[in-house]
Design a protein around this ligand. Structure first.
Ligand SMILES: *[C@@H]1O[C@H](CO)[C@@H](O)[C@H](O)[C@H]1NC(C)=O
Ligand SMILES: *[C@@H]1O[C@H](CO)[C@@H](O)[C@H](O)[C@H]1NC(C)=O
Length: 480
């Protein structure tokens, strides 16, 4: 009992520390029931703006920096935190690919000169970088489902190609892998020393940046990266919906969400003015500039500390960047309020969540396969999953974001299994809609697996407000 109290105290302390340092990175708002943390009310206000009484103070430059996720010192993370009598059963990891070159060019400007080869004496660096390159160059086609075997296994262009993973992106995932290895393999012994191929489940979309991100993470994670034990499945859909992608109502939600986005943009005269100015600078019609999605390219300039492009008419500058980035933040805020994206997300994320609980349930039955699942994906994968889980305050997935589901067994009550959900190292289990109130009733620092199962099988569809309580009905609802 004493031990448990001490554990809870430690947990509370760790949670407090993580809260102070990570809340800035994650939630605009973390409800804290008793403010015994000694912070002055002023500083508390700054860290946790109350969205009801004051608009969140969002600094576009600060937000952009978080999005870049520039590798620095080892971060604090809450993965793998559990009382001693809990045993880690399986881990399910969803990642966004690391830092990449833009997908679009700003018309009539020189594209940023970024080197996508991997070089040891260039920042950011990781001690495993060279070994990673040499190991990847021995890669074997047998490790990949077609058409993945036609993709390069690491970035290698002196001038990045569009969408190519950068050295920063590789380092971000080597770091993720190493962090997860220290926690899940060294500390919790998730895999036996003689682990085999079927204990991993690996899946990626068909882009080089997702495959390479997955490989970098695995290379940091696995104690011996044996090509014979690696098999990446190919996922054609960014929603990871496999055989269940057909869902007409989901598309209707998406259309309405896009309409909302469009109307919000029209209302923002400062944004329209900014696009107009930038269009003048690069000498194309405003419409064409907007269609080229300049923020994607500007973020690359920003994250790589490369100055924004200039022409003889002038320069794209930080003020333009701030206006567009601020609008993005506004857009995310309205997106949460209007709930259309939630509808899209519930239907978009159901198949992958359903697959995940299936994998968890098999593990609870003692199956020793697929103990570590890795889905190497995109912002458009993680974002709906976060939203469907009710993590609406979560920030838009930064480069190399990670969302993790941990499955635990209580050794004192072996029939009981629990889950923890972590986003970028922050424990968000009790922010999910399926476990929001649980910690008020139970002293356990995690959520019963049944809560998640019930949510995915049925309750998540309640958010849609229709009568459908399963995926098929919700996807084919007539009255929508
Ligand atoms: C960004 O670049 C400028 C010069 O172009 C340099 O002075 C500055 O130190 C750089 N910042 C970082 C963080 O690398
Ligand atoms: C959910 O998963 C189960 C197996 O675990 C499968 O039989 C069912 O078809 C899945 N449903 C959907 C909508 O993906």
């Amino acid at each position: 009992m004493l031990f448990r109290n001490r554990f809870l105290l430690l947990l509370a302390l760790a949670a407090l520390l993580a809260f102070v340092s990570l809340s800035l990175q994650f939630f605009h708002l973390i409800p804290v029931s008793t403010p015994k943390n000694g912070m002055s009310s002023k500083s508390r206000k700054r860290i946790m703006p109350d969205p009801v009484t004051e608009p969140p103070v969002t600094d576009p430059v600060y937000e952009a920096l978080l999005y870049c996720n520039i590798p620095s010192v080892a971060e604090r993370s809450m993965e793998g935190h559990a009382p001693h009598h809990f045993k880690l059963v399986s881990v399910h990891v969803f990642i966004r690919h690391g830092d990449r070159y833009p997908l679009y060019v700003i018309p009539k400007t020189k594209r940023p000169e970024i080197d996508c080869t991997l070089v040891a004496n260039r920042k950011p660096y990781h001690p495993k970088l060279e070994a990673f390159v040499s190991h990847m160059s021995k890669g074997s086609g047998a490790s990949f489902e077609s058409p993945l075997n036609s993709l390069p296994l690491y970035p290698n262009h002196p001038l990045c190609e569009m969408g190519e993973l950068t050295q920063t992106g590789v380092v971000q995932h080597l770091q993720n892998g190493q962090l997860l290895r220290d926690i899940y393999l060294k500390k919790h012994k998730l895999l036996p020393n003689d682990w085999s191929a079927d204990q991993l489940y690996l899946e990626t979309t068909g882009k080089s940046r997702t495959l390479q991100s997955g490989l970098a993470l695995l290379y940091g994670f696995l104690p011996d990266f044996d090509w014979k034990k690696i098999y990446f499945r190919h996922q054609p859909s960014a929603l990871f919906c496999s055989g269940s992608c057909y869902c007409p109502v989901r598309n209707q939600y998406l259309e309405k969400e896009q309409r909302r986005q469009y109307l919000l943009r029209l209302k923002n005269s400062q944004l329209e003015k900014t696009y107009g100015e930038m269009a003048k600078i690069v000498d194309v019609p405003t419409k064409q500039l907007r269609a080229a999605n300049p923020i994607d390219s500007m973020l690359c300039h920003f994250c790589h500390n490369v100055s924004f492009p200039c022409t003889r008419n002038g320069c794209v500058d930080m003020e333009h960047f701030k206006v567009i980035k601020t609008h993005q933040i506004e857009d995310e805020r309205e997106r949460r309020e209007k709930k259309l994206y939630l509808g899209y997300s519930v239907l978009g994320a159901h198949p992958i969540l359903n697959q995940t609980i299936g994998r968890m349930q098999r593990a609870t039955e003692g199956r020793k396969q697929e103990l570590f699942a890795l889905y190497s994906a995109h912002d458009v994968t993680l974002s709906p999953v976060l939203s469907a889980l009710g993590l609406s305050e979560a920030r838009f997935p930064r480069f190399a974001a990670r969302l993790i589901f941990e499955l635990w067994q209580d050794r004192e009550k072996p029939s009981e299994h629990s889950v923890r959900i972590l986003y970028n190292g922050v424990d968000v289990t009790f922010h999910t809609s399926f476990c929001q109130d649980h910690h008020k009733r139970s002293p356990k620092p995690m959520c019963p697996l049944e809560n998640l199962v019930r949510f995915v099988k049925r309750d998540m569809f309640v958010a849609l407000g229709g009568s459908g309580t399963n995926y098929y009905d919700a996807c084919h609802r007539e009255e929508f």
